[in-house]
Design a binder for this molecule. Structure first.
Ligand code: NAG
Ligand code: NAG
Length: 209
């Protein structure tokens, strides 16, 4: 009896168990899905990027690299945490779809589903993560739900976190007016001085049937 888990903390445990648990596995999952190649990025994560999506009913879902979610579960908006972090931020977070309109012919890719800067860790949080990321400035590209077109196989939706360089808030390479299609996260990272991503995760989402 004394080992029974109170019912009320089960949803919390379910979230904890679902998140990524090894950086090597995250890196391998990216490689197995050809994400570094298709995004022209070098991906050697040093932190876990935990992306949590609120659900219409039930507990939030924290993404685990490579899992598939029903589209209904991806409405967002996402919240973000880092684990294994040393820098305090600020950070830039991007989400892209390299498979639009279809993985076989991604002629609109990448679609930029989210781009935002000035994510910081609250200074009051203790050293041992997870560290919730807070932002007080509007996203550059506001979050858009995964929306693979009917008939397409599942798309990959990739989240990446970068250290934010000084002066990033003045960049005009991408603004809220910039088309979300034909984006190149690697080219943007290079031109905006973001360097290589320090963490990331991805999910698969198929069209509603
Ligand atoms: C903060 O990030 C969220 C996504 O997590 C985004 O929707 C929002 O526009 C950003 N800015 C503010 C002020 O909330
Ligand atoms: C994206 O940018 C990178 C770096 O600038 C470049 O190597 C790559 O070819 C670009 N990809 C596309 C599809 O243009």
């Amino acid at each position: 009896m004394k080992f029974a888990i109170p019912f009320t903390i089960l949803p919390f445990l379910a979230v904890v168990w679902a998140q990524d648990s090894s950086l090597r596995q995250v890196k391998q999952a990216f490689q197995a899905a050809n994400i570094p190649r298709d995004l022209s990025i070098t991906f050697n994560p040093t932190v876990f990027l935990d992306v949590s999506l609120p659900q219409p009913s039930g507990p939030v879902i924290t993404l685990r690299a490579g899992t598939q979610l029903p589209r209904d579960a991806t409405a967002g908006p996402p919240s973000f945490s880092l684990r294994g972090v040393s820098p305090r931020g600020p950070f830039v977070i991007a989400m892209v779809d390299p498979d639009a309109p279809t993985p076989a012919e991604p002629v609109y890719a990448q679609i930029r589903h989210f781009l935002g800067g000035n994510f910081v860790i609250d200074g009051r949080e203790r050293f041992a993560g997870p560290h919730q990321l807070y932002n007080s400035s509007a996203a550059i590209t506001e979050f858009r739900q995964s929306n693979p077109p009917a008939g397409s196989p599942a798309h990959r939706y990739v989240y990446l976190v970068f250290k934010q360089p000084p002066g990033f808030n003045e960049q005009v390479l991408v603004t809220p007016e910039t088309s979300i299609g034909l984006f190149n996260i690697s080219g943007f990272a290079e031109e905006a001085g973001l360097g290589k991503p320090i963490g990331g995760t991805y999910i698969l989402v198929a069209p509603d049937s």
